[in-house]
Ligand binder design. Structure first.
Ligand SMILES: *[C@@H]1O[C@H](CO)[C@@H](O)[C@H](O)[C@H]1NC(C)=O
Ligand SMILES: *[C@@H]1O[C@H](CO)[C@@H](O)[C@H](O)[C@H]1NC(C)=O
Ligand SMILES: *[C@@H]1O[C@H](CO)[C@@H](O)[C@H](O)[C@H]1NC(C)=O
Ligand SMILES: *[C@@H]1O[C@H](CO)[C@@H](O)[C@H](O)[C@H]1NC(C)=O
Ligand SMILES: *[C@@H]1O[C@H](CO)[C@@H](O)[C@H](O)[C@H]1NC(C)=O
Ligand SMILES: *[C@@H]1O[C@H](CO)[C@@H](O)[C@H](O)[C@H]1NC(C)=O
Length: 395
């Protein structure tokens, strides 16, 4: 260590300085003959002090610089100090999804919106695919095929149980795409929190323009190119937002929500949305309606069916398609939609999902109403992989 060395040097100087009194005494007492020698001694002392201080200050400066670089590296995983002055630094997505921000910090950070509409750089818009799951993604091989060849046009986010660790290998599109998570329960506010957490993490990447919420039982119904064009050209966010007068619709409205939420604004829809960046920001920045839903949409209100559709209907009704883009089969009745397994997957069945629908798209009639479908069991994987090239246009 150099520091103790310098210290001991200083200490030596101190002992010499403490003998200053002696020097002064000797100066006073000195005969004229002795004066040049004493002056030389004083000169050497000051020279030593000067050299000592410059060595010390050089040491300090270098040490501080090193500390500075270490700090900056820690903060950004980037060794270069100058880069902060370049635009790249501000528009680069986080390299590590496992950040340490609290939900409060994350939502605040994600609510930043540029106020200049034209981007001063080439921005290729991406779709954020947000998987809300408890753990494994059994249909991931199908999704891998779907994403193949479209790097740079999508990003993936996974919200699993906090203790779940996916074991995707580094060549997988799902590798290291898990975000910090908390336990979430169906029908509870914790489910909306998880969805907002996914949206907020995805919003941190400025390139993400569309945000699709999916579960582990979802499948794509078209190839990636078709879905990309369809979403990028849409003027409306795809979220079910129905004004249902019955007990499971308006019947779940609580008068305590007024005046922020009027019963005429109360909406219902499935949670599986595909929303534009604008709608995504509306959802993460909300502090007005959140407490109303948190306090008054329980226990049998199923807040995840009402919060986002109602919030978006109040904030920007003209941006909503009022329908979901994820196909689901409620025809079997009961509290849960049908789940399809290996034996169900035939060309006829897939054709029945793809055909025979009409809906509005940018105010015009279309037969392409769904880009995704649920619910599919793990056993459906193999037959789906087989029919995908012919029926779904990929694989
Ligand atoms: C988050 O905090 C934990 C504990 O404080 C630490 O071990 C971990 O490295 C941090 N992660 C990041 C990405 O900063
Ligand atoms: C991940 O773990 C599951 C079981 O937990 C196993 O079936 C699967 O093959 C593993 N995948 C990889 C890529 O190691
Ligand atoms: C809800 O809004 C409608 C029209 O906007 C109004 O007539 C009605 O009084 C409002 N209801 C409540 C409970 O505020
Ligand atoms: C969706 O519903 C809102 C009212 O809740 C309406 O203003 C909007 O125009 C509807 N969107 C479409 C595409 O019809
Ligand atoms: C949508 O279509 C309806 C009639 O079909 C028309 O009244 C309305 O102005 C159209 N809206 C837009 C934004 O084109
Ligand atoms: C996607 O599917 C459409 C129709 O099925 C097809 O025309 C197109 O070539 C496909 N695109 C790719 C990249 O496979």
């Amino acid at each position: 260590m150099r520091f103790p060395l310098i210290l001991s040097g200083l200490r030596k100087m101190q002992t010499r300085v403490s003998s200053m009194e002696d020097i002064k005494d000797s100066l006073q007492r000195a005969q004229p003959r002795a004066a040049p020698l004493v002056l030389l001694k004083v000169f050497v002392l000051f020279l030593a002090l000067g050299v000592g201080f410059s060595v010390l200050s050089m040491y300090m400066t270098r040490n501080l610089k090193v500390q500075n670089v270490v700090l900056q590296t820690k903060a950004r995983f980037e060794p270069c100090v100058e880069e902060q002055s370049r635009l790249d630094w501000w528009i680069r997505p986080p390299s590590n999804l496992m950040h340490n921000m609290s939900d409060k910090e994350l939502l605040w950070r994600a609510s930043f919106v540029p106020l200049v509409n034209k981007y001063p750089f080439k921005r290729v818009p991406k779709i954020a695919f947000m998987f809300l799951t408890r753990g494994p993604l059994p249909l991931s091989p199908l999704w891998e095929k779907y994403f193949k060849g479209h790097k740079g046009l999508y990003s993936i986010y996974i919200h699993a149980l906090p203790w779940y660790q996916g074991n995707f290998t580094s060549d997988s599109v799902f590798y290291r795409r898990q975000i910090p998570s908390k336990v979430s329960e169906w029908g509870q506010m914790s489910m909306c929190d998880a969805e907002r957490r996914l949206l907020a993490n995805a919003l941190l990447d400025l390139s993400n323009e569309w945000f699709v919420l999916l579960s582990e039982s979802c499948i794509p119904l078209s190839n990636f190119s078709i879905a990309y064009k369809h979403l990028m050209r849409s003027r409306h966010s795809f979220i079910g937002a129905m004004d249902d007068p019955g007990p499971y619709g308006r019947g779940r409205y609580n008068l305590n929500m007024a005046p922020e939420v009027n019963i005429t604004q109360w909406r219902k829809g499935s949670q599986w949305f595909a929303v534009s960046r604008k709608s995504a920001v509306s959802i993460v920045k909300d502090t007005t309606y959140y407490p109303k839903f948190e306090n008054f949409c329980k226990p049998n209100c199923y807040v995840d069916e009402h919060y986002f559709p109602t919030l978006l209907t109040i904030e920007s009704p003209h941006l909503l398609a009022n329908r979901s883009i994820t196909w689901v089969d409620w025809s079997r009745g009961g509290a849960h939609p049908a789940t399809f397994g290996g034996a169900d997957i035939t060309e006829t069945f897939i054709r029945s999902i793809l055909e025979g629908h009409t809906c509005l798209y940018n105010n015009q009639s279309t037969s392409l109403c769904h880009l995704f479908a649920r619910k599919f069991a793990p056993s459906a994987l193999e037959p789906l992989l087989q029919v995908a090239p012919k029926m779904l246009g990929f694989g």
